[in-house]
Structures are given as structure tokens and as C-alpha cells.
Design a protein around this ligand. Structure first.
Ligand code: ADP
Ligand code: MG
Ligand code: MG
Length: 208
């Protein structure tokens, strides 16, 4: 069994809950290497996604991703809004109007999301950004997809993203606000990598 629109709605709902629950943590992470707004931005964005989902319920997982993209682009602002917006838009385009998303299509959508983030932000692995969560996640997802189990794909992605977020601690930031700090960015975890891991963990949690 693949994933459907109800999974997508559960995913977005769990993501919104995670952004609300971890709002202060994301704000605190953004304080030393940014401007202390990441938790605020993400919580506001996903609250707006919940409103949109209720107003115009999507008919496919892909449509849910596109609605999320539009909402995050207009409500999140800063660096993260356009980056997550592009990620969800590319994922939605990759899924199209498929009603039953299998493991291969899921891994392909995650890859498309990561490629969208890279196309938009031009960060490479090791630059201390959300890409350092997404790239290990899509690699793990691709490996897990070979067995054809959507839950395994998302669990692998979430676990790799969490490790990827931790891996940003010793990195020197080369993109975004944190890059203004140069060497002083070392020793802090990237907030966008942490929010990315939370969103991917929510995706796994949404599988029934
Ligand atoms: P802002 O920095 O504008 O206040 P946020 O605080 O909401 O925006 O988001 C910051 C996060 O955005 C960073 O932690 C990082 O993960 C991500 N980010 C910033 N610039 C880039 C980039 N060029 N490529 C990928 N991710 C980026
Ligand atoms: Mg910020
Ligand atoms: Mg900001």
C-alpha cells in the first residue's frame, strides 16, 4: 500500500504540531547564528497551511504539497520561506495527481524537494544549512526504496536528517545569515536543518 492524500494531510498536521512544539527551540538555535526568528517563521507558516487545508481540501498528496508550497512562500518569509516553498512545490510536481504514492515515487519526490532547495539556495553539503539534513535523507530514502516499503523510506529519511542536523554543529556556515559570523558559526546547530528533520520525522509519523 502506498501513500494517499490523507497521509499528506496527517503529515502537514504533524508538521504544524512539531513547529508549534519546537518553536522556542528553533528560535534559540537561530539566536547565536541568525536573527532568532526561525521558530516564529515556521510556526506561522504551518499554522497558515492548516487554515488553507481546511479552506480548500486537496484531492491528492501532490495537490497538498503545492498548497503548502504557496502558503509557505507567502507566510514564512526570510530565507526559509522560499526554500521550503520550492521544496514542497517540486515535491508536488514530482507526485503529480498520483493517488497511491509508492516507495519509488516517494523517494523521487524527496529528491526533487532537495534539488529544489539546492537550486534556490545554491548551498552545497557542508555549508551548514538545511541541505545537510536533506541530502543524507534523500540518499537514505533512495536506499530504503529498493525494498518497496513507504514507511521504511520515511523512517530512513527522518533518521538520516536527524543525524544530518547534528552533523552541522562543527561546520563553518557558508550560506545564509550564519555565514556572516564566519568562524563564530562553528559549534552551533543549524536551525533549518533541525526544522527539516522535524518535518521528515512528521512524514514518517503520518504513515498508518
Ligand atoms: P532568515 O535567515 O532569513 O532569518 P530563517 O531563520 O527562517 O530565515 O531560516 C534560516 C535557515 O535557512 C538556516 O538555518 C538554513 O538552514 C537555511 N538557509 C539559509 N540560507 C540557505 C541557503 N542558501 N541554502 C539552503 N538553506 C539555507
Ligand atoms: Mg532567522
Ligand atoms: Mg529572519
Amino acid at each position: 500500500m502506498g501513500l494517499d492524500v490523507n497521509w499528506a494531510i496527517r503529515w502537514l498536521t504533524l508538521s504544524a504540531q512539531a513547529m508549534a512544539e519546537h518553536r522556542m527551540e528553533l528560535i534559540e538555535l537561530d539566536r547565536p547564528i541568525g536573527d532568532s526568528d526561525h521558530g516564529e517563521n515556521m510556526d506561522r507558516g504551518f499554522k497558515a497551511v492548516m487554515v488553507k487545508l481546511a479552506e480548500s481540501p486537496p484531492e491528492s498528496a501532490g495537490a497538498a504539497m503545492k498548497l503548502t508550497a504557496m502558503t509557505l512562500m507567502s507566510k514564512v518569509g526570510g530565507a526559509a520561506g522560499p526554500l521550503y516553498g520550492t521544496a514542497f512545490l517540486r515535491a508536488g510536481t514530482a507526485l503529480g495527481d498520483t493517488v497511491d504514492v509508492d516507495a519509488a515515487a516517494l523517494a523521487a519526490a524527496l529528491l526533487a524537494a532537495r534539488d529544489g532547495i539546492v537550486a534556490r539556495g545554491k548551498a552545497e553539503s557542508g555549508d551548514k544549512t538545511m541541505v545537510d539534513a536533506w541530502t543524507p535523507a534523500v540518499d537514505a530514502a533512495a536506499g530504503a526504496a529498493e525494498d518497496g516499503d513507504v514507511r521504511a523510506v520515511l523512517l530512513a529519511a527522518a533518521e538520516a536528517a536527524e543525524a544530518g542536523a547534528v552533523s552541522t554543529d562543527p561546520m563553518l556556515a557558508r550560506k545564509g545569515r550564519a555565514s556572516y559570523l564566519g568562524e563564530r558559526s562553528i559549534g552551533h546547530r543549524d536551525p533549518g536543518a533541525v526544522s527539516s528533520a522535524l518535518i521528515l520525522r512528521a512524514a514518517a509519523g503520518a504513515v498508518e
